[in-house]
Design a protein around this ligand. Structure first.
Ligand code: ATP
Ligand code: FE2
Length: 331
């Protein structure tokens, strides 16, 4: 199964064999020279990089075009112009190789690759990426969103804060380095800087803590201290909602997914919370937390096994697709 990811900044091709053995993805990340991601510029980037990436994956040992059973692509959610590039490549390849086309839900793919990698069975998922922040649990054939961001995604918040400090996209990894440096060199309890904490019931707001963090820098606090503080507030709010979801559903597995799940501090918080309630925390390898083609291939594989495919006439992209729109028809 070939999987194509193109929802936003990353164009990526990945593969999985029919037993669920994952290959590495071949990816290229669009980094804007300044400002945020302009959808058309990201789509142009994907067009430029596509043939090289495809050549690279096709020249690996894992790849044999005669053995490709289907081509999966991210049908949504995401940026329209970017999604269209991946969908066009997928339609072409499915035609050339005469194999089924499978449109998949990007958010659900983040969940399924985590389950494949970690072996957890019925987790509460904390999906923390650039565009999305959701606490999810499966119930009656759908992944239900139990809580989510009220404004921007957590990664988006970190990236925006980073941008105001001259740190290029993606800002999350650099914020992690600065925060770790702060924790290493300071008494974090004595130097903790309060920011607005955005939990509202099962939902979370991040824009208040972002604005406050920017002000704290203007007030003269060090960048490292604010990076630490921002991570603490943002991650604690997600873990709090995830814990409540576990308590109410009775589930005892927590799975992290999405690009922000690369962060060692959110992993540590997840582990502490789970230990305290006799549950277990899981996360996939970093290369499968960030957007990647392999996760699209993995959900494609699960759908293919139950005979699902997408007709050409139904293969239009859906930028507004949600996690809970997709019915779980696979095992
Ligand atoms: P989605 O479409 O699922 O919302 P996305 O397009 O935002 O995904 P991902 O690759 O899942 O893409 O996530 C990217 C985000 O992850 C960026 O905001 C980036 O800053 C953040 N990120 C990556 N590594 C880290 C890290 N170590 N710590 C914090 N944030 C991180
Ligand atoms: Fe993603």
């Amino acid at each position: 199964m070939l999987g194509i990811e193109s929802t936003a900044h990353t164009l990526s091709f990945g593969m999985v064999d029919m037993d669920g053995k994952l290959s590495s993805s071949f990816s290229n990340l669009f980094r804007p020279e300044e400002g945020g991601i302009h959808p058309r510029e990201a789509a142009d980037h994907h067009c430029l990089k596509a043939s090289n990436l495809l050549e690279n994956i096709m020249s690996t040992e894992f790849f044999n075009s005669n053995e490709i059973e289907a081509v999966a692509f991210s049908q949504g959610p995401g940026l329209g112009p970017c999604l269209r590039v991946g969908a066009s490549i997928a339609r072409t390849l499915s035609k050339v190789w005469n194999v089924p086309l499978i449109g998949v839900n990007h958010c659900v793919a983040h969940i399924e690759i985590g389950k494949n990698q970690t072996g957890c069975k019925d987790p509460v998922l904390l999906y923390v990426s650039g565009g999305n922040t959701q606490v999810i649990a499966s119930s009656r054939n759908k992944y239900r969103v139990m809580g989510e961001t009220l404004d921007i995604g957590i990664g988006n918040m970190l990236d925006k804060f980073a941008r105001t400090q001259g740190i290029p996209f993606p800002g999350g990894p650099e914020i992690e380095i600065l925060a770790n440096r702060f924790a290493l060199n300071h008494d974090i309890n004595a130097n903790f800087i309060n920011l607005p904490y955005g939990v509202q019931g099962m939902d979370i707001g991040f824009s208040g803590m972002l604005t406050a963090a920017e002000r704290k820098i203007i007030d003269g606090n060090s960048l490292e201290s604010i990076c630490w503080s921002l991570q603490e507030h943002a991650f604690a709010s997600c873990i709090e909602v995830a814990e409540r979801a576990m308590a109410h559903t009775g589930k005892n597995e927590l799975l992290l997914g999405g690009g922000v799940a690369c962060n060692s501090r959110i992993r540590e918080m997840a582990e502490i919370m789970c230990e305290e309630r006799g549950a277990k925390a899981y996360w996939p390898e970093k290369r499968f937390c960030i957007d990647n083609g392999t996760m699209i291939a993995e959900l494609g594989r699960l759908l293919h096994k139950v005979g699902y495919s997408t007709n050409l006439s139904d293969s239009a992209i859906n930028p507004m697709l949600r996690t809970d729109h997709t019915e779980i028809i696979w095992d």
